[in-house]
Each structure stands twice: as structure tokens, then as C-alpha cells.
Design a protein around this ligand. Sequence first.
Ligand SMILES: Nc1ncnc2c1ncn2[C@@H]1O[C@H](COP(=O)(O)OP(=O)(O)OP(=O)(O)O)[C@@H](O)[C@H]1O
Ligand SMILES: [Mg+2]
Length: 463
Amino acid sequence: MATSITAGASELRDITKMERIGAHSHIRGLGLDDRLEPRDNSQGMVGQAKARKAAGMILKMVQEGRIAGRAMLFAGPPSTGKTAIALGMAQTLGSDVPFTMIAASEVFSLSMSKTEALTQALRRSIGVRIKEETEIIEGEVVEIQIDRSLTGATKTGKLTIKTTDMETIYDLGTKMIDALSKEKVLAGDVIAIDKTSGKISKLGRSFARSRDYDAMGADTKFVQCPEGEIQKRKEVVHTVSLHEIDVINSRTQGFLALFAGDTGEIKPELRAQINTKVQEWREEGKAEIIPGVLFIDEVHMLDIECFSFLNRALENDLSPLVVMASNRGMARIRGTKFRSPHGLPVDLLDRVLIVSTKPYTEEDIQQIIHIRCQEEDVTLTQDATTVLTRMAMDTTLRYALNLISCAQVLARKRKAEQVDVEDLRRGYTYFMDEKRSVKWLKDQQGSLMFEEIGGEDDVMDQS
Ligand SMILES: Nc1ncnc2c1ncn2[C@@H]1O[C@H](COP(=O)(O)OP(=O)(O)OP(=O)(O)O)[C@@H](O)[C@H]1O
Ligand SMILES: [Mg+2]
């Protein structure tokens, strides 16, 4: 059974990574220089120098593959850039190193147990770089000739392929003919055929054909006609995550589940077999483990069972770097009656490198506002910038950033190009920040439903 484990990489190669847009879309990295010193304003990052530097140091260790089973925690007040720095880390890592981001509350999903959800997240964050040598046929199609039998049931044909140095004719069977017509391969296409799997991939159209305008879409890619031999041995390297290998090899799922996102629970025995197989591949030099990063945002939302599971998981040698973020001070550990710093049990805190984030200075805030305005394509007048910075100091940075787009709508309504103080002022009256909202609730003196339940942190109780 164990021998049948595959990495299914040929199916996986096409999955593209999704990019988040929104609150953090201006963050393009950590903004550090080669010596890991934070630049003042770079890659969308401003201020918070110590935390950025710490993040950069940890990443360095991850990239050197020296760090497994470690954890770090970003602790600090709301909107001090914890999530932003984690996303900056993700962008610095490069496409080969897996980075998984979850919000702790996602673990409490209905379709699988908490520990299964955590295990999947941990295994998504471990990459396996697999080397394979395959024989391929690569060249420009000169001609495809197909002969159908009288009944049309069997097809035979010939495929002529050339490189700049040679030309060869291959006989085609029904299966290859179907594959060629499915890929819509025409004369003039440059194609590669994997000899073991028979998979055909179109690499583009030959430059020599760039003047024929028929059968060409706007996104047609032109490539040079390949040189040298038509049959080549090629080493292909691809990276998949342990979780992807799990899903592909789980009989009830199949790789389509990866696209649907509906992967269900995976049996522990299968995971054990996969671990052994991957270990074998490593010993044979066919695979390499790339420990990545698992980021758990709002980690105080996990409960005591999850925390003890994490404690154990961190000791596993196939464990990624776990980065967590929390904005709680002394808070109750979910599922218990005990309070603890950041809402995390002390035994977990003991294994964690803690990095604190601090409120921003006025100057930093002004720069962040400036960056966000560029990102959202909004122009503020000089006065408006000063006022918005002031607002961010009095309320929160996030409130001020949210106000930018609202104010722009208001400015457009009066057909102005630039957002002025007046637009901000009106936005400020339409939308309350947290402080004013609390005051308003107090003024309502209990006319809203469900106001009070015992102690303050019972609100978080789930059971
Ligand atoms: N150093 C920074 N440089 C540029 N933008 C930043 C920086 N820090 C925060 N921001 C931006 O400010 C906003 C709030 O920051 P973020 O969401 O990271 O806060 P947080 O610490 O995760 O808060 P919470 O505890 O509420 O989750 C985001 O839009 C973020 O992109
Ligand atoms: Mg956050």
C-alpha cells in the first residue's frame, strides 16, 4: 500500500496562488535591507522597526532550514501591524516556501474536528520539493495528419515535429489523437509531450508563425522553435505541501478535492504512511523537506485543547514555524477559568519567542495614511492629511484608514478631485469609531437588546 503513494504533482502544477486584496494590499514585504535592518519606509512598511527586524531574523532561520518546531507570538494593541507584518513575512519567503494563514476561529468548523483542522493547517505549511527525471518530446508541430477508419471507431495518424536541428515523424494512436485535439494543438504550436504520462502541454506558438492571424487569441504566447534533439531528458522540480500529498492519496478524496476546498478528515494511518514514504524519498535524494510558516491570527480564540495539541505538534520533527498574533492582555484561556498573559497557557508561552508591537507615532501614521492613499488612488489635501492623522491618533489607525475611501465617495459627490477636511468631517459624523460607539451605547441606557451578562470575559464563552 505504502508504495502507491504519489505526489500527484503533474495535476498540481497548475494551481495558482490567490492574492488577497484589501486592508493589507499595500504590504509587499518587510522592508528590510540585506543586513536585516528595517528601512524607514519600504515595501509598504513603516515604523514598528523592532518587530519587523525580529520577523526578518526568524525568516532567515526558516530559509536556512534550521528552525523547526519553534513558535513566535506578536503581541500588541489592536491595529499595530501584527497581521501586516505576518503578511510581509509571507511575501518575503518566496513562492517555494509554503505560508499558511488561518484565523484561530476557523478551527472551530463543523465539518472536521479541531485537531484535524490544526493538523491540516500544519501540514499545509510543510513543503516537499520533489525531483523527477522525465523524458520529453519537445518541438514545433509541422503537421498533424489523421486518418479515420470507415466507421470512425479507430483513428490513426502521424505527427511531424521539428527542432531547429532535426525533424521526426511519430505514429499516433487513438489516445494521443484525442489528447492533441483536446489541447487544440495545431501546426505551428510548440509543444512538449511527457513520455511516461503522455501529458501534452502547449508551450506557445512558434515565432515563425507570428504572421498568421487565424486561430490566435489576444493572449497567444510566442516562443522560439526549440534547439537540439527532439527527445530530451529533463529534470523537473516541483514543490507540493504534505497536505496536498495527503489529499491526493486519500481514497475518498482525490486531487479534485483540492480545488473544491472540501477535503474532509484524513485518516491518521494514511498520514503515517505518507510520512514514511516522504522519509524514504528524502533518503534516496528524491525529495527535500521545506519547512514553511503557519500563521495563526487572533490566537487567543483557540481553546485549551487546541493549545495542548499545538504544544505536542511543535515537538514533531515535521513541524513548521508557527507564528501567532494576539491583541489580548491578561485574558481568560478559552475553555478554562484561568487567566493568562495574551490568553495563552503559560506552558505554550514558555516555548514561544514573544515580539511586541507598539502604538505608532504621529509621523509613522502620517506615512501609513500616505501609502494607503496611493494604494486606493485617493488624493488628500495637505490639511486633510493633518486632520486624518490627528483622527488616527485619537481613535485608531484602522478607523482612519477606513475613513479614506468613505471620504472619497463624499468628495466625488461634490465633484471634487481631492479629499478635503470637510469630507473627512462628514465621514466622521456618519461613521462612529469604537470610543464614540461605546459612549452612544451608554447614552441609550439599555434600550438595546442583550446588554449585560455577568463578568466581562463571559462574552467569549462558547459552551
Ligand atoms: N508598519 C506598517 N506599515 C504599513 N501599514 C501598516 C503597518 N502597520 C499596520 N498597517 C496597516 O494598518 C492597518 C491595521 O494593521 P493590522 O491589521 O496589521 O493590525 P493588527 O495588529 O493585526 O490589529 P488587530 O489586533 O486588531 O488584529 C492595516 O491596514 C495594516 O495594513
Ligand atoms: Mg490582526
